[in-house]
Design a protein around this ligand. Structure first.
Ligand code: DI6
Ligand code: FE
Length: 412
């Protein structure tokens, strides 16, 4: 693997492009010191930026240009895999039955605890490379398979190392409250004791080590209650950390309304989101993160309230939710197709969902999600004639060039 620091610079003048916002006219993008300085119709290119051709002149060959993709919800770092459970569900077991039978998240916990940091890095790296090949330029990586201070630290350190090694923006999310660790399962007050450990020991320590950018909780019948979720949110607030929530995936727990009260960056899954939850999210500016990969893998039939979210003007993001149990997805572009086909998003909504709205779900709206002057250069040139093709073809690999953090990561 070529270290990111060795990728060639993207500085110079990029021409022969078409922007999704104006697909019928030639566009140009001027890049200097790794940042976009100008982007727009070639015919309106100011002379000062045309001069950047002296540094380098890149011909886009008529390719469609979009902002670099943002995968705003992944559990990318974990040990082992769970194809066996895939087979169990084929035999009719529900996700909750698999979880109660000791499978599910806790089986990944065992494999994650057994793996050292280098092993976790080596297992996650090929998965990240697949997502990067689709044009991902920023990615969120959660903990949540360690469920102890040492093993959660291990996951978050690997997430940081992946960002440095591949030159991709990584936002880490502490998800210690993902599942009850096995050693707490038989205690009379196991869940309460574990949430105390999460709030009073794990989160403060990991935040002090600079490993935590946001805090998440799995608020669900088979995971943690609303009260336990709020205890974790209080701990995050005390540390000045933003929150997000696995909310209303299998039932309406009222999690989204609670998350909105804490100004959550996002509420994710939300298949069972209520009208009250939507209104609370609208007021708080919380992003709705749609996870079609988990909906598809679980053969869910309870659609998220897309029409109501659209009508309320709640920004909708789309993500892989890459995880070994409910969404072993290795393509964010495929999620664009699924968001349209399964959830009936329009093509522009789905593309905004993996760029501008996904960036907002990570607090990255000032640096990712658009090709705009002043932003670091993160953009993708696609071998397609029109934006709808990015959703239409599934299983495709239409990437021509990826500029990531001001360097040409693919297609130099
Ligand atoms: N909801 C999910 O779908 C994943 N986590 C969560 O909170 C499942 C994670 C796993 O099964 O490993
Ligand atoms: Fe998830």
């Amino acid at each position: 693997m070529t270290p990111a620091k060795n990728y060639p610079s993207a500085d110079g003048l990029w021409t022969g492009l078409r922007l999704a916002s104006a697909p019928h006219e030639e566009a140009a993008v001027a890049v200097a010191q790794g940042a976009v300085r100008w982007a727009g119709p070639r015919g309106a290119l100011p002379a000062e930026f045309a001069a950047l051709a002296a540094i380098a002149s890149h011909d886009g060959g008529g390719a469609l240009a979009t902002a670099g993709l943002v995968d705003c919800h992944t559990h990318l770092v974990y040990g082992g895999q769970r194809a066996n459970e895939f087979a169990m569900r084929l035999a009719g077991a529900t996700y909750e039955e698999v979880a109660k039978a000791g499978g599910g998240i806790v089986s990944s916990v065992r494999a994650t605890r057994e793996a050292d940091e280098d092993t976790l890095f080596a297992q996650a790296a090929p998965r990240l490379e697949q997502l990067l090949a689709d044009g991902v330029c920023a990615i969120e990586i959660k903990s949540g398979y360690g469920l102890s201070l040492a093993h959660e630290r291990k996951q978050l350190r690997v997430a940081r190392r992946l960002g440095e090694a591949y030159g991709v923006t990584v936002r880490t999310t502490f998800l210690g409250a993902h599942a009850l660790p096995p050693e707490y399962a038989d205690r009379p007050h196991g869940s309460a004791d574990y949430i105390d450990l999460v709030c009073n020991e794990m989160l403060p320590a990991l935040a002090a080590e600079g490993l935590v950018d946001a805090v998440d909780v799995f608020c669900e019948r088979i995971a943690f209650s609303l009260a336990e979720t709020e205890q974790v949110f209080q701990a995050a607030k005390a540390l000045g950390l933003p929150v997000k929530l696995h909310a209303e995936q299998l039932s309406d727990m009222g999690g989204a309304a609670l998350a909105a009260r804490y100004g959550a960056l996002s509420c994710d899954h939300i298949e069972h989101l209520s009208a009250d939850g939507i209104e609370a999210m609208r007021r708080a500016g919380t992003v709705a993160v749609l996870l079609p990969g988990a909906y598809y893998t679980l053969r869910d039939t309870h659609l998220p309230p897309i029409d109501a979210l659209r009508a309320a003007g709640v920004p909708m993001a789309v993500s892989t939710d890459h995880n070994p149990g409910t969404s072993p997805a290795l393509s964010l572009l495929l999620m664009v197709n699924m968001a349209c086909t399964l959830f009936r998003l329009t093509v522009p909504e789905a593309l905004d969902g993996v760029t501008v709205h996904a960036a907002r779900a990570l607090g990255l709206q000032d640096t990712h999600g658009a090709i705009a002057a002043g932003m670091p250069a993160n953009f993708v040139l696609w071998n397609v004639r029109e934006a709808a093709e990015l959703a239409y073809w599934f299983g495709q690999q239409p990437v021509r060039t990826v500029v990531r953090q001001g360097r040409i990561a693919i297609g130099a």
